[in-house]
Ligand binder design. Structure first.
Ligand code: FAD
Ligand code: PHB
Length: 391
């Protein structure tokens, strides 16, 4: 098979890229290791920046999000048993975020690609990029026991942190930057009314907690846990008890509990690789960087990468202008590092770090108290949370 852009991974990065390219008359093929059902069963991010929602609308995949998503004008930070509202709209001149699950974004992207005749090959095993440093790269894979080959002009590595694309860049070229945190997030999804209409990020002596939501009857709650928890040790009752203890009292009194419909643990990590381009291979999204979920930036960063990459590819195929592709890595990384800094800062602001007992705890409390008392500090938090500009 021959195409213009071979895309590895049908996560949000890969599907959004394929959709945008299609709307500009550029052909692509997406190779995905998992089944579609598996991809659609993953529960991940829930907060979308305005820049991302604008991109989804422009890519003709925003209609259901606009009907079913919730616009949030603020969220709460709780510490010392008290809630403090962060008024995003007032602090940013009217900017807001959209609460709409990544799973739904995936569903909308698959539907759009199907409707427009897009080629997505799922359950593709051993996907391997070849000759990406040369003029004629290609991808090989196995499906149902037979070998496949896709010749393309460019390869987009959108295959997440554990994918193969990053590994195709020689070690002598690639530089990795990493911080692993000494904890994880244990999360549940439950078909119960959310404890609050807006998100509550909680700093508590027993550990961080987050009350988030997907809809009026679907709650997403997290607690700081060990990086690797045995889920068998966490029956629902234990989760609810621990979560309730970290909620401010008036919220705890309103908590509705019920059976979990999903439960998982995610380790927290900051990671960036540089550069994001090697020859005709371009990395995007989690394939190139990871943030701890505290700032709700992972999915949004994947979208801004696709903004820069799709622009570069469109200019190349439309006008023969290579400058966007040449500057892709530099432009994407400039924004990524700012989101890395914000996610790292918010993680430090809100979690219990075992090594921080004593002095570190007092500094953390002082930072929280300063934050909620200073319009300058709140403005900085709000402008990062709603998302920094793409350019
Ligand atoms: P992915 O969504 O990881 O998609 C990559 C795709 O490539 C996958 O479908 C994968 O199956 C496929 N793939 C992998 N290897 C291969 C291969 N060899 N060949 C072919 N296909 C391959 N962000 C937040 O903002 N908030 C959250 O609460 C949050 N929770 C998360 C929980 C977990 C467990 C994880 C892993 C991430 C979470 N994130 C969260 C981050 C956010 O979901 C990601 O940043 C986002 O999914 C990145 O999109 P992506 O398309 O770049 O990568
Ligand atoms: C979520 O709803 O899953 C969510 C929301 C905000 C975050 C992280 C995760 O910062």
């Amino acid at each position: 098979m021959k195409t213009q852009v071979g895309i590895i991974g049908a996560g949000p990065s890969g599907l959004l890229l394929s959709q945008i390219l299609h709307l500009h008359g550029i052909r692509s093929v997406v190779l995905e290791r998992r089944s579609r059902d598996y991809v659609l069963s993953r529960i991940r991010a829930g907060v979308l920046e305005q820049g991302f929602t604008d991109m989804l609308r422009a890519a003709q995949v925003g209609a259901r999000m606009d009907r079913e998503g919730q616009i949030h004008e603020g969220f709460d930070i709780a510490f010392g048993g008290k809630r403090h509202r962060i008024d995003l709209a007032a602090l940013t001149g009217g900017k807001t975020v959209m609460v709409y699950g990544q799973t739904e974004v995936q569903r909308d992207l698959f539907a759009a690609r199907d409707a427009m005749g897009g080629t997505i090959i799922t359950e593709a095993e051993d996907v391997t990029p070849h000759d990406v440093a040369g003029a004629a790269p290609y991808l090989t894979y196995r499906k149902d026991g037979s070998e496949g080959r896709i010749d393309c002009e460019f390869v987009a590595g959108c295959d997440g942190f554990h994918g193969v694309s990053r590994k195709a860049i020689p070690e002598s070229v690639l530089k990795n930057f990493e911080r692993v945190y000494p904890f994880g997030w244990l999360g549940i999804l439950s078909e119960t009314a959310p404890v609050s209409d807006e998100l509550i990020y909680m700093n508590h002596e027993r550990g961080f907690a987050l009350a988030s939501l997907r809809s009026a009857n679907l709650s997403r709650y997290y607690i700081q846990s060990a990086a690797e928890e045995d889920l068998a040790q966490w029956p629902d009752e234990r989760f609810w008890e621990e979560f309730r203890r970290r909620l401010p009292a008036e919220a705890a009194a309103k908590l509705v509990t019920g059976p979990s419909v999903e439960k998982s643990v995610a380790p927290l990590r900051s990671f960036v690789c540089e550069p994001m381009r090697y020859g005709r291979l371009f990395l995007a999204g989690d394939a190139a960087h990871i943030v701890p979920p505290t700032g709700a930036k992972g999915l949004n960063l994947a979208a801004s990468d696709i903004h820069f990459l799709s622009r570069g590819l469109i200019d190349y195929f439309r006008k023969g202008d290579e400058s966007g592709l040449q500057r892709y890595s530099e432009k994407a990384l400039a924004r990524i590092w700012k989101a890395e800094r914000f996610s790292w800062w918010m993680t430090h602001l809100l979690h219990v770090f075992p090594e921080n007992a004593g002095f570190g705890e007092r500094i953390q409390r002082a930072e929280l108290e300063y934050l909620v008392s200073s319009r300058a500090a709140l403005t900085s938090l709000a402008e990062n949370y709603v998302g920094l500009p793409f350019e």
